[in-house]
Design a protein around this ligand. Structure first.
Ligand SMILES: [Fe+2]
Length: 293
């Protein structure tokens, strides 16, 4: 009789929520200005030498900007993994449905071209706004039902961190979409090597949805859950590309992820309870202990 290890998809996912995203920018000052003024994200940390800035999205989620510098890593502990900020990431923010009209007005006031797409059905419309930041990252404002029973590990707050009448009232990070050249290998590897909860695949294109929580769930209908979308290289809705060499941070059961990553033999580093892994496609995933739910 041969003993086999537990299949990777057997138990709950050790990945609990989206903690942060890091974007590559060609001007740190311009990036900080855009995300502070247009999205109202407060600057939490600025390192002029390393060319990095961290902004708060809510009490538990962050958006980080990295300006690459020759011969110098932006973050020393991630240098062995050759981490970069994401190029052309698609990123969605959660907003209250009642704030959507104000978001349209604010996008116009900031002179940002935007596009609206209804992701719902005639019975349950789900109007969604898309626009680009100055660096080609594709941003989305998606409404959230904060009273939905499908609650994420990090609760969606009732209000933005720093309410500002001139800034888009975003409440949280909802999703990040990244690209994989080998889609078929990705679909096997993400659940096996990290424990991501595969939820669904699109019928008409290579587009996999992973629920950032213990179990796969249906997407849409205002769900407050967070999501990792993984595509092959394609132009998605509203001309948005999936990110390349993305740097994404997740709340997770770190030892459980570490066991999978070790079994997979992926390059990784640890620091202060965090585990960072370089995916074979060049994305770097950071896993950190989750705050109390
Ligand atoms: Fe999206």
């Amino acid at each position: 009789m041969t003993l086999r290890t537990q299949p990777a998809t057997g138990g709950p996912s050790p990945i609990l929520d989206l903690a942060g995203v890091t974007l590559e920018v060609n001007s740190l000052a311009r990036g900080v200005r855009f995300y502070a003024q247009v999205l109202g994200l407060p600057l939490q940390h600025l390192d002029e030498d390393r060319r990095t800035a961290r902004l708060g999205v809510n009490a538990a989620q962050t958006l980080t900007l990295w300006q690459p510098v020759t011969r110098q890593p932006n973050e020393p502990w991630l240098a062995p993994l050759r981490a970069r900020g994401a190029g052309h990431l698609h990123l969605a923010f959660q907003v209250r449905p009642e704030d959507l009209p104000r978001c349209r007005t604010l996008l116009d006031a900031h002179a940002l071209p935007w596009q609206e797409i209804d992701l719902g059905t005639p019975d349950a419309p789900d109007p969604t706004l898309y626009f680009f930041d100055p660096f080609g990252h594709g941003l989305e404002l998606r409404t959230v039902n904060r009273h939905d029973p499908r609650q994420p590990h990090v609760a969606v707050p009732d209000h933005p961190l720093t309410p500002d009448p001139h800034a888009l009232p975003v409440l949280g990070l909802r999703e990040a979409a990244i690209a994989f050249g080998d889609y078929a290998a990705m679909k096997e590897r993400l659940p096996r090597a990290y424990g991501f909860a595969f939820a669904k695949e699109q019928d008409d294109r290579d587009f996999a949805q992973f629920t950032l929580g213990p179990w796969p769930e249906p997407d849409g209908n205002g769900t407050p859950r967070r999501w990792l979308y993984a595509w092959d290289p394609q132009v998605g809705l509203a001309d948005m590309l999936g990110g390349d060499h993305a740097l994404l941070e997740f709340y997770a059961d770190v030892p459980a992820v570490a066991a999978r990553v070790q079994a997979e033999g992926l390059p990784c580093v640890t620091d202060a309870g965090r585990l960072a892994v370089r995916d074979p496609e060049g994305h770097v995933f950071v896993f950190r202990p989750a705050p109390q739910g």
